[in-house]
Design a protein around this ligand. Structure first.
Ligand SMILES: C[S@@+](CC[C@H](N)C(=O)[O-])C[C@H]1O[C@@H](n2cnc3c(N)ncnc32)[C@H](O)[C@@H]1O
Length: 286
């Protein structure tokens, strides 16, 4: 039984970092005149109404994307333009796109997307969104099945170029192990894909454990981007990050510029700023 709904968290600080990294990878894949595949194992609803009961209950977006001024981020114009494109009144944040929306908006007709969403309501919302939006050019398939299983069946994709976004909600603790086991298996089938894996820091030991599994897996070329809003021993999700396997050239440099600004802008308040930090590093070299 799935209880997690991303609508309660849309546009929070974790979404901001995740979607910035996702878009950088998308833009990189678009540079070549060759098709690519986008596989989103945990796609969510694709679009979130920030005025809805769910989004306004915790108003996490107000402490996330709502704190950012696009003028301070000239290097992220695509990210802010896409957000602006789904909001009717300039400067008024009423909707926030989900991961499928960001990448689908940029993809070309020769590209291919496979999106997985298990929650029946979010699956329906995603289906409707992709059916009615004429801006989406690629061939899109939406599946109401387990994204881990679905992804494995698609690898290696015929294009041999892919962004694989793995964005679980980690509702159960065993999901960390399931995620990493699946990613390692997937990498064996398709070693050159770009895997972007999101993680929350609720218990640092758990993340260190996955780092160690990654080190020992033999997989090369892994980078980490993480934004820590408070210290590990505090309650709740203190930080969130992305592991990127086979990151595109230039991503590390770009994030070296972006992460200090996100730390500055997304820190809860001035007194807490000293507790905020970030990680932008090569976890395993090429
Ligand atoms: C963190 S949310 C996804 C957010 C989305 N990627 C975004 O950035 O907009 C995780 C989603 O995965 C769905 N989910 C959970 N387990 C799944 C599974 N095994 N396969 C596919 N979807 C799953 C949940 O219903 C939830 O909507």
């Amino acid at each position: 039984m799935l209880s997690y709904r991303h609508s309660f968290h849309a546009g929070n600080f974790a979404d901001v970092l995740k979607h910035i990294v996702q878009l950088e990878i998308t833009v990189h894949l678009l540079k070549k005149n060759k098709p690519f595949d986008y596989i989103d194992t945990h796609a969510g609803a694709g679009m979130y109404d920030l005025k809805s009961y769910e989004a306004s209950k915790l108003s996490e977006f107000k402490r996330g994307v709502g704190l950012l001024n696009s003028l301070d981020y000239p290097e992220l114009t695509t990210y802010f333009e896409l957000i602006e494109s789904v909001n009717r009144i300039p400067g008024k944040l009423e909707h926030y796109p989900g991961s499928p929306y960001f990448t689908l908006s940029l993809m070309r007709s020769e590209d291919r997307a496979n999106l997985y969403e298990l929650h029946s309501k979010d699956y329906q919302l995603l289906k409707t969104l992709t059916a009615v939006d004429s801006r989406f050019e690629p061939a899109i398939q939406i599946h109401n099945v387990d994204g881990y299983v679905g992804m494995m069946g698609l690898l290696p994709p015929p294009s041999r170029r892919a962004l694989i976004l793995v964005d679980p909600s980690y509702e159960v603790k065993s999901e960390y192990q399931k995620m990493i086991d699946t990613v390692i298996k997937a990498h064996k089938k398709f070693a050159t894909g770009i895997y972007a894996i999101w993680y929350p820091v609720v218990d640092r030991a758990r993340i260190t454990q996955i780092d160690n599994i990654l080190y020992k897996s033999g997989i090369k070329d892994i980078q980490r981007f993480e934004l820590d809003l408070s210290q590990d021993d505090e309650k709740g999700m203190t930080a969130s990050g992305m592991w990127v396997i086979n990151p595109p050239w230039g991503l590390l440099e770009k994030m070296k510029g972006v992460l200090p600004k996100l730390k500055r802008d997304l820190s809860p308040d001035t007194s807490d700023r000293s507790k905020a930090s970030y990680r932008c590093e090569v976890l395993v070299s090429e």
